[in-house]
Write a protein that binds this ligand. Structure first.
Ligand code: ZN
Length: 233
């Protein structure tokens, strides 16, 4: 990396093209140990759509800030260099589903002010990304909410994140709806008057309440949607 930065320093155009981009070792950031650690930390959920991954696909290691090059908007030119110094940085890595990574984000990393994009490891510019970082510090729930299975941004960054990642895509919304219907059925039973229930049914109702708590837990699929369901009137 130091040699690459020296090259950039001597020739400002060195990092500006795909032919002279920094090269990375996928065996490092994509190593099974890295992927498994991310998968465990994220409870096998995609960092963007909150869907479970492993039962349908292998999942990818995602760079929040793209390593090779970045793109301010779809259809716009690729910008070199990317965030090469974050290629192996743990806070920049996430477990992601194929749809969110390959068909949605790819090299996309829009900034509120593209002129403030960092191009070097040591760069004093302060970026304001228009895609929420799943790891914070911003709480995604301050920017994105659910009305039943429909997702909506409630801030400018939230709206941009939903649109850029396609979090309102029909197959994903359909899958959320399938899960929501089960949760509603469990909620209705959990909240039903218990005065005339027999003992076995009351026990089942207690278990339904416990299940509802687990379904809105951080490790549960689509937990943000379920949390909004349980707190809605
Ligand atoms: Zn996803």
């Amino acid at each position: 990396m130091a040699a690459y930065e020296q090259q950039i320093g001597l020739d400002p155009a060195a990092g500006a093209s795909s032919s002279r981009a920094f090269t990375f070792d996928k065996n490092v950031y994509g190593h099974a140990d890295v992927k498994n650690a991310l998968k465990a930390a994220q409870h096998d959920k995609c960092c963007y759509c909150e869907g479970h991954i492993s039962h349908i696909a292998a999942g990818h290691v995602e760079h929040y800030r793209p390593k090779t090059c970045s793109q301010q908007a779809k259809g716009q030119p690729l910008l070199y260099p990317g965030y090469y110094w974050l290629a192996y940085a743990w806070p920049n890595l996430y477990f992601v589903c194929e749809r969110c990574n390959s068909s949605g984000k790819k090299n996309l990393f829009p900034l509120r002010d593209p002129m403030r994009r960092k191009l070097r490891r040591v760069d004093r510019r302060v970026e304001q990304p228009m895609i929420l970082d799943p790891g914070g510090p911003e709480d995604p729930r301050n920017h994105i909410r659910f009305k039943k299975a429909a997702i909506a941004g409630i801030s400018e960054v939230g709206k941009a994140t939903v649109a850029l990642l396609g979090l309102d895509r029909i197959p994903l919304t359909t899958d959320r709806l399938r899960h929501l219907k089960k949760c509603i059925a469990i909620r209705n039973f959990a909240n039903a008057p218990s005065a005339r229930m027999d003992l076995p049914t009351r026990q089942q109702q207690r278990e339904a309440r416990q299940l509802l708590t687990r379904l809105s837990g951080r490790d549960a699929e689509y937990s943000a949607m379920v949390t909004d369901l349980l707190t809605s009137r």
